[in-house]
Design a protein around this ligand. Structure first.
Ligand code: PGA
Length: 242
């Protein structure tokens, strides 16, 4: 990977209109910024208009999920080929909100990743422990298991990026300390040596320290990616990392 990757996960925020306004402002704000790769992950209905707005820029557009089958009776799901046809660069899979609220498992996460990669899409596959698992001293065991499930199916694929997102740090304002992130990233990397993003309350003022850890290769940003100023400031902070 050329630089640190900063990906904005918009979750279920921003319809097509708001998304285009945001994308145009971000495009202008980060034009000429070197040393960082930037991606945004809008909701499905905003993908096509955001792709048009960012056409000709280096900002990549990812979906927030992708199905493992090529087509079929899977109401509400979207196939990798459909995203590819649209011009989408990749997809997030296995986000903890999908795991906690929509029955995503290690197996379905791996299957989604495999289908997307086979279609030529890039993948950001998420892993991370809950507060209870961390309190029970199971963090390494959990992230190794989650990563292993992906490694078993996908292996060392050049289109694969992992994201370590401790569930207790997502949307809570609680951030893993740089040392906690580094320890978890090292455990993940021992299973699968691909770029690993940190996610969980990343903000402009903690980006440099978190992304400066040896095994942290960028960030997956939720809340702070919804405002142009804070997302651009995170990208600028990441670009300063030597
Ligand atoms: P957050 O979300 O930055 O709002 O904590 C991160 C994520 O869920 O990807």
């Amino acid at each position: 990977m050329p630089g640190v990757l900063i990906a904005g996960n918009w979750k279920m925020f921003k319809g097509p209109g708001e998304a285009v306004t945001f994308a145009a402002a971000l495009r202008d704000r980060v034009a000429g910024l070197d040393g960082v790769d930037i991606a945004v992950c809008p909701p499905y209905p905003a993908l096509a208009p955001v792709l048009r707005t960012l056409d000709g820029t280096s900002i990549a557009v990812y979906a927030q999920n992708v199905h493992w089958e090529a087509e079929g009776a899977y109401t509400g799901e979207v196939a990798a080929s459909m995203l590819h046809e649209l011009g989408v660069a990749g997809a997030i899979v296995g986000h903890s909100e999908r795991r906690q609220l929509f029955g995503e498992t290690d197996e379905t996460t791996a299957a989604r990743a495999a289908a997307a990669l086979a279609e030529g899409l890039r993948v950001i596959a998420c892993v991370g422990e809950t507060a209870e698992e961390r309190d029970a001293g199971q963090t390494e065991e959990v992230v190794r298991r989650q990563t292993g499930a992906i490694a078993d199916v996908v292996g060392l694929h050049e289109g694969l990026v992992l994201a370590y997102e401790p569930v207790w740090a997502i949307g809570t304002g609680k951030t893993a300390t740089p040392a906690m992130a580094q320890d978890a990233h090292a455990a993940i990397r021992s299973v699968l040596d691909v770029p690993i993003l940190y996610g969980g309350s990343v903000k402009p003022d903690n980006t440099e320290e978190l992304c400066g850890q040896p095994d942290v290769d960028g960030a997956l940003v939720g809340g702070a990616s919804l405002v142009v100023d804070s997302f651009a400031a995170i990208c600028e902070a990441a670009a300063r990392i030597p």
